[in-house]
Design a protein around this ligand. Structure first.
Ligand SMILES: NC(=O)c1ccc[n+]([C@@H]2O[C@H](COP(=O)([O-])OP(=O)(O)OC[C@H]3O[C@@H](n4cnc5c(N)ncnc54)[C@H](OP(=O)(O)O)[C@@H]3O)[C@@H](O)[C@H]2O)c1
Length: 301
C-alpha cells in the first residue's frame, strides 16, 4: 500500500506505455516487502534536464532510462560508470541523497549525486552464463547498434578470446571494433569485422561457441524473418542468443532448436538488466524467480 513513506523508482522514455519494467520491479519490491513503487514516466527529449532536476527535488530513488534518452541523459548526470561511459549510453540512474550534509541542509535542500550505469550488457552476459562459461570462447555478434555496443563491451570484458562482429553497414561494425580496441587495449582479444552476409556469417559461426543476434530481425510483426538462411549454418556446440523477446520463440530460436544448439531467450537479457538495476538501487539481492514470473506474465508467455 502506498503511504507517506513510500519511495519512488521508475522508468523514463518516449514513448513509455509499452514498458514491461513496472510489472517486473513492482513484483520484486512486493516480494521483499519494501515500501517502494516503480512507475512509468513519459518524458519528451526537450524535458530531460528538467526531468533529472525534478527527480532530485522530489526524492526519486532510481530510474531506468529507455529509448530515446539513453545517451542524451548522460550529460545531466554527475558520474558515469566506466563501462557505461565506454558504451556511450546508460539505462540506469542511481540517486544518492546525503541527508546529513550540514552545508546543504542550511539551504533546506539535500545534497544529491546522480550516477549512470548500463546494465544491458550485464543482462545479456548473465543470461548466457546460465548456459555456458564465456571464458576463452569465440563470440559472433550480428548488428552494431545500441544493444550490440552494450553487449560487445560487456562480453569483451568477460574473458573471451575472439569476437566477430557482422553488420549490414560495415562501417558501423568497424567503428564499434575500433572503440573496443581503443578502450579495452590491454585485454588483447582478437576482434574481426565483416559486412553482414550469409557466406561470411556461416564461416564465422562454424568455429564460434556463442552467437548473439542483436538485430531486430524476427521481431513482431515480422516473425517469419530470420538473420540466418537456415539451421545448417548452426551447430550443436553453439549457444544461440536472440535478444529479440517478442515473440519469445523467434525464427532464429526455432532454427537453433532444429540444430540442437543451446538457446538463450531474449527476455532473459531484459530480466537480468532489471535485476542489476534493482540491486544497484536497493543494495540487496533481487528476487529473480518472482521478477522472472512477473515478466513472463506481462509478456504473455
Ligand atoms: N532483450 C533485451 O533486453 C533487449 C535490449 C535492447 C534491445 N533489444 C532488441 O534489440 C534489437 C536492436 O536494438 P538496438 O537498440 O540495438 O537497435 P539499433 O540501434 O537500431 O540497431 C539495430 C542494428 O540491427 C541492424 N539491422 C536492422 N535491421 C536489419 C536487417 N533487416 N538486416 C540486417 N541488419 C539489420 C542495424 O544495421 P545497420 O547499422 O546496417 O542499420 C543495426 O546494426 C531490437 O529488436 C530491440 O528490441 C532487446
Amino acid at each position: 500500500m502506498v503511504d507517506g513513506k513510500t519511495k519512488i523508482l521508475g522508468v523514463i522514455g518516449d514513448p513509455i506505455e509499452h514498458t514491461f519494467s513496472p510489472a517486473m520491479h513492482n513484483a520484486g519490491l512486493d516480494a521483499l516487502n519494501l515500501n517502494y513503487i516503480y512507475l512509468p514516466f513519459h518524458v519528451k527529449p526537450d524535458r530531460l534536464k528538467e526531468c533529472i532536476e525534478g527527480a532530485k527535488a522530489i526524492g526519486i530513488q532510481g530510474l531506468n532510462v529507455t529509448i530515446p534518452h539513453k545517451t542524451n541523459v548522460m550529460k545531466h548526470l554527475d558520474e558515469i560508470d566506466q563501462v557505461a561511459s565506454m558504451i556511450g549510453a546508460i539505462n540506469t540512474i542511481q540517486f544518492i541523497y546525503d541527508e546529513n550534509n550540514e552545508s546543504s541542509n542550511q539551504n533546506n535542500t539535500f545534497n544529491v549525486k546522480t550516477r549512470g550505469f548500463n546494465t544491458d550488457g550485464y543482462g545479456c552476459v548473465r543470461a548466457i552464463e546460465e548456459k555456458t562459461s564465456i571464458n576463452n570462447k569465440k563470440v559472433t555478434i550480428t548488428g552494431a547498434g545500441g544493444a550490440a555496443r552494450a553487449v560487445a563491451f560487456q562480453i569483451a570484458n568477460s574473458g573471451i578470446d575472439e569476437l566477430s562482429i557482422l553488420n549490414r553497414n560495415a562501417g558501423k561494425a568497424e567503428s564499434l571494433a575500433n572503440d573496443l580496441r581503443t578502450n579495452l587495449e590491454t585485454i588483447g582479444i582478437d576482434i574481426g569485422i565483416n559486412a553482414y552476409g550469409m557466406d561470411d556469417l556461416k564461416r564465422e559461426l562454424s568455429d564460434s561457441d556463442i552467437f548473439i543476434d542483436t538485430t531486430p530481425i524476427g521481431m513482431y510483426p515480422n516473425v517469419n524473418d530470420k538473420p540466418i538462411a537456415n539451421a545448417d549454418m548452426l551447430h550443436e556446440d553453439l549457444v544461440v542468443n536472440d535478444i529479440v523477446y517478442t515473440p519469445m520463440e523467434t525464427s532464429l530460436i526455432k532454427e537453433a532448436l532444429k540444430a540442437n544448439a543451446e538457446v538463450v531467450y531474449g527476455y532473459k537479457m531484459l530480466l537480468y538488466q532489471g535485476i542489476r538495476s534493482f540491486e544497484i538501487w536497493l543494495g540487496r539481492e533481487a528476487p529473480v524467480d518472482v521478477m522472472e514470473n512477473a515478466l513472463l506474465d506481462v509478456l504473455g508467455i
